[in-house]
Write a protein of this length. Structure first.
Ligand SMILES: NC(=O)c1ccc[n+]([C@@H]2O[C@H](COP(=O)([O-])OP(=O)(O)OC[C@H]3O[C@@H](n4cnc5c(N)ncnc54)[C@H](O)[C@@H]3O)[C@@H](O)[C@H]2O)c1
Length: 351
């Protein structure tokens, strides 16, 4: 019995040594690849609102085959034809590890998540996807010396934060599981940066508005839905009160900020986490702007559980540090964004 125990102990020590050696080899080999000119990039949760557009931009910049999209969804024919797509469940460490190794990945853009409103409806799943999933990619990025981008959000702040404006660094006590998981991501990433030298990068986005992909269940989704309803039925019911002010960004600006931020050399970054934004408006204000194109648009207000979330979030986001430290500058204001959204969606609803 004692001999058997000793044998198991030896086996454990031996396997730990092998793991340690494997990690050292990984570090040695990968340090050369840390920041190549044409990085090989993996996007997790790539079929969501932000992933498809980002893949397009990154493929133009770094080459079609260097950007690998992944998700747990069945891709459309268009997605499959536009470049590499692989099934990847963020909760399966081994599958992710295989993908990173076999595809010689240099950067991970980690988009998989359950957003604010959806997360509140299924807290255990949100904890698994947003927290356990994050642990998996963070650990892989550490082991293989990858540059990793993890988006955060205005939802990482709470009612105790200064809300107008909300600075880069202030108290963060979010009241949704989405926000809690995002603060966890920010802190863990910064910890891995200090402890292990991980090239962790994080931008806190406001509500992102886009025409060719649908939002995934966030509190700012109304600012996309209004365009579809205005053009289709001329009637829109808003789930937030008319004076609920929230920060927003047109998708082109959001994806550009991410690409510019990821391309910066490590020494150019003074911090790992930055606020970025472009505009801030209320439902009443976007209605007025949309009515410039659809004058007969009728709007009613029926606040639901998302009102409480919105009331705890920043009203105006202060991104002055991103502007000062790496020249971030948005191009679209509210009317500019509304013009381009209406132009893009009008043909879809023409009858
Ligand atoms: N869209 C916004 O307004 C906004 C604002 C701030 C931050 N963000 C952040 O940006 C990221 C992308 O947002 P989005 O709007 O594209 O989200 P989305 O909900 O549209 O897409 C998320 C994707 O994650 C995938 N996913 C879910 N579970 C998964 C799993 N187990 N394994 C792998 N993939 C899984 C989903 O299939 C989906 O395609 C998220 O982390 C989000 O928190 C988005």
């Amino acid at each position: 019995m004692a001999l058997q125990r000793l044998g198991i102990q030896h086996l454990r020590i031996f396997s730990n040594l092998i793991n340690h050696q494997a990690q050292l080899n990984v570090h040695r080999n990968q340090s050369v690849l840390a920041s190549p000119d044409n990085p090989r990039i993996l996007i997790t949760g790539g079929l969501g609102q932000l992933g498809t557009g980002l893949a397009k931009i990154l493929r133009q910049k770094y080459g079609k085959d260097n950007v690998i999209m992944s998700d747990i969804l069945k891709p459309s024919k268009e997605v499959v034809e536009s470049g590499p797509y692989i099934f990847a469940d963020i909760l399966d460490f081994k599958c992710l590890q295989e993908m990173v190794v076999n595809n010689r990945i240099d950067w991970i853009i980690h988009f998989s998540a359950l957003l604010s409103a959806v997360g509140e409806q299924n807290v255990p799943l949100a904890i698994r996807v947003n927290i356990e999933g994050l642990h998996n990619v963070m650990e892989l990025a550490k082991q293989y010396r990858l540059r990793i981008f993890v988006p955060s959000t205005i939802g990482a702040f709470g009612p105790e934060s200064p809300r107008n404006p909300t600075p880069n660094l202030c108290i963060q006590r979010p009241k949704t599981i989405y926000g809690v998981s995002k603060v966890h991501g920010e802190l863990l990433g910064e910890y891995y940066y200090h402890k292990f030298g991980l090239d962790f990068r994080c931008l806190r986005f406001p509500g992102v508005i886009s025409s060719d992909t649908n939002p995934g269940g966030g509190t700012t989704d109304y600012a996309v839905q209004i365009f579809h309803d205005a053009l289709k039925t001329r009637q829109f019911q808003c789930y937030l009160k008319p004076d609920t002010r929230l920060p927003m960004m047109y998708i082109t600006d959001a994806l550009r900020s991410l690409c510019e931020f990821m391309a910066l050399p490590p020494e150019a970054l003074k911090q790992r986490t930055y606020n970025v934004t472009a505009m801030s408006f209320t439902p009443e204000e976007i209605v007025k702007s949309v009515q410039r194109h659809v004058p007969d648009l009728q709007v009613t207000y029926a606040p639901d559980s998302r009102q409480q979330i919105a009331d705890s979030w920043p009203q105006v986001f202060d991104d002055s540090e991103a502007r000062a430290e790496w020249n971030w500058k948005p191009q679209y204001d509210i009317d500019g964004m509304v013009d381009i959204m209406v132009e893009a969606l009008r043909p879809k609803y023409k009858n």
